[in-house]
Design a protein around this ligand. Structure first.
Ligand code: HEM
Length: 395
C-alpha cells in the first residue's frame, strides 16, 4: 500500500515555446515526481530515468497495443510494429533483424562510410553550408531509402512525409491535424513506391515481401512494415547528425578532443543522443491498477514516456546538461528500452559516426550559426544549422 499520489500540472508540453526549449520544463517535471499528471491532455508524464525504464521494460503492465500516440485517431490507426506486444510484435520484428544487426550491417558499412566521405569532401569546398539541408538530409535519405531499395527518383519524396509520420502521434493540436492527411499521403506513397515491382530485389523491402511469401508475417502487414522502417529511419537520424554538429560546433574543446582521438566518436554520438534525443516521447497504457516508482496508476491510464527528459535526469547522469566525452552514457533511453528498443539503432550509429568521421578527416574546425528547430509533436530536430568550415590541410 502506498500513500504517494502523482502531482499534477497545467504545463502544455506541446506549446511552441516548450518545444523550442523543453529542458527547463523537463527539469521542473522531474523535480515534481517520477510521474506527473498533465491536466490539459490527461496524460501521465513519466519523467525520471528509473521510471522510464520501469515502464518500457514491462509490456505486460504497460502495453503498446492501444497505440503509442496521444490521440484516438492515430491510436486506432492500425497495428504497426510500434503498436503491438509480444508475441506478434516479435513476429513483425524478425524479417529485418538479421540485416539490422551489428553483424548484418558489416555488409553495408563501407557503402555508408563512403557515402559520408563523398558528401563531406564536396561540402568543405564551399565552405559555407547548411548541416541539415546539405548534409544530414541527403545523406540519411540516400542511405535508408537506398537500403530499403527505393529507386533514386522516389527517395527525396520520402523526406516530405517523414516529419508528419511522427507528428501525427501528438495530442489533437493544429500540428497533428495538419499532419494526419500527410500520413495518408505517406502510406499511399509507400504503397506505390514501396510496391514489389518498384523495389530493388536485394533491398530490405524485398526481404519483407519474401518473409510474407514464406508466411512468416501476415502478407497484409508487409507494406506497413516497410513504411515503418522508412518513417522511423529518416527524421531521427537527420536529427542526431545535425545535433551532433551543433553540439560540437558549440564546443571547440570537445571537437579538439575528437580530433586527437577518433575512438571517442562513439561517445560523441551517444552524448548527442542523450542530450538531444531525436524521439522525445511515446505512450503506453496501463493494463491493470499498478504503480510506477511507488506512484499509483489506474488501469487504462495513458503514460507519456519522456525519453529526452529521462536522459537528462540528474539522478542517473550527473551534471546532465554537460556534453562530456568521458561520460558513461550506457543506459540512455534515446533508442527506447525493452522489446520496442529501436530496431535500427546500429544503422543509426553507423550513419552518425560515419559523418563525424568524415568531418574529422576533411575539417580542421568549424563554426555554427544560429540553429532553428522544426517544431514536431514527438521529435526534436533542427530545421537549419548554418556551418562555416575551415578545411583540414593537407587534403
Ligand atoms: C538516431 C536515430 C534513431 C533514434 C533516436 C530512434 C529512436 C527510436 C525509439 C525511441 C524507438 C522506440 C519506440 C517505443 O519505445 O515505442 C524506436 C523504434 C524503432 N525504430 Fe528507431 N530510432 C532511430 C533510427 C532508426 C533507424 C535508422 C531505423 C530503421 C532504418 C529505425 C527503425 C525503428 C523501428 C522499426 C522501430 C520500432 C521497433 C519496435 O516497435 O519494435 N530507427 N526508435
Amino acid at each position: 500500500v502506498t500513500s504517494k499520489t502523482a502531482p499534477t500540472t497545467r504545463i502544455d508540453l506541446w506549446s511552441d515555446e516548450v518545444l523550442r526549449d523543453p529542458y527547463p520544463v523537463f527539469a521542473q517535471l522531474r523535480e515534481l515526481g517520477p510521474l506527473v499528471h498533465l491536466e490539459r491532455h490527461d496524460l501521465w508524464a513519466v519523467t525520471r530515468h528509473a521510471a522510464a525504464i520501469e515502464v518500457l521494460r514491462d509490456y505486460e503492465r504497460f502495453t503498446s497495443t492501444h497505440g503509442v500516440g496521444c490521440n484516438d485517431v492515430i491510436n486506432r490507426h492500425g497495428r504497426g510494429i510500434l503498436a503491438t506486444d509480444p508475441p506478434f510484435h516479435d513476429t513483425l520484428r524478425r524479417p529485418l533483424s538479421g540485416q539490422l544487426s551489428r553483424r548484418g550491417l558489416e555488409r553495408v558499412a563501407d557503402h555508408v562510410r563512403n557515402r559520408a566521405d563523398e558528401l563531406v569532401a564536396t561540402l568543405v569546398d564551399r565552405p559555407d553550408f547548411d548541416a541539415v539541408a546539405d548534409l544530414a538530409e541527403p545523406f540519411t535519405v540516400s542511405i535508408v531509402a537506398g537500403l530499403i531499395g527505393l529507386p533514386e527518383a522516389d527517395r527525396a519524396h520520402a523526406l516530405e512525409y517523414a516529419e508528419a509520420a511522427f507528428t501525427c502521434y501528438g495530442p489533437m493540436n493544429a500540428r497533428t491535424q495538419a499532419s494526419l492527411p500527410k500520413l495518408e499521403e505517406f502510406l499511399r506513397f509507400c504503397r506505390s513506391a514501396g510496391s514489389r515491382a518498384n523495389l530493388r530485389a536485394d533491398g530490405w523491402g524485398s526481404a519483407v515481401y519474401a518473409a510474407a511469401d514464406r508466411n512468416e508475417i501476415p502478407p497484409s502487414t508487409a507494406i506497413t512494415l516497410i513504411a515503418a522502417y522508412l518513417g522511423a529511419g529518416m527524421d531521427t537520424t537527420i536529427s542526431a547528425i545535425s545535433s551532433a554538429l551543433m553540439l560540437l560546433g558549440e564546443q571547440l574543446d570537445a571537437w579538439q578532443e575528437l580530433r586527437a582521438d577518433r575512438s571517442l566518436i562513439g561517445a560523441a554520438a551517444a552524448e548527442t543522443l542523450r542530450l538531444e534525443s531525436p524521439i522525445q516521447r511515446f505512450t503506453r497504457v496501463a493494463t491493470r491498477d499498478t504503480d510506477v516508482d511507488g506512484v499509483p496508476v489506474a488501469a487504462g491510464e495513458r503514460l507519456l514516456v519522456l525519453y529526452g527528459c529521462a536522459n537528462r535526469d540528474e539522478r542517473r547522469f550527473p551534471a546532465p546538461t554537460r556534453f562530456d566525452l568521458s561520460r558513461r552514457t550506457a543506459g540512455h533511453v534515446a533508442f527506447g528500452f525493452g522489446v520496442h528498443a529501436c530496431a535500427g539503432q546500429f544503422l543509426a550509429r553507423l550513419e552518425i559516426e560515419s559523418v563525424l568521421d568524415a568531418m574529422l578527416t576533411y575539417v580542421e574546425r568549424f563554426e555554427v550559426g544560429t540553429p532553428r528547430f522544426q517544431l514536431g509533436n514527438m521529435t526534436r530536430r533542427l530545421a537549419r544549422l548554418p556551418v562555416h568550415v575551415l578545411a583540414a590541410t593537407p587534403r
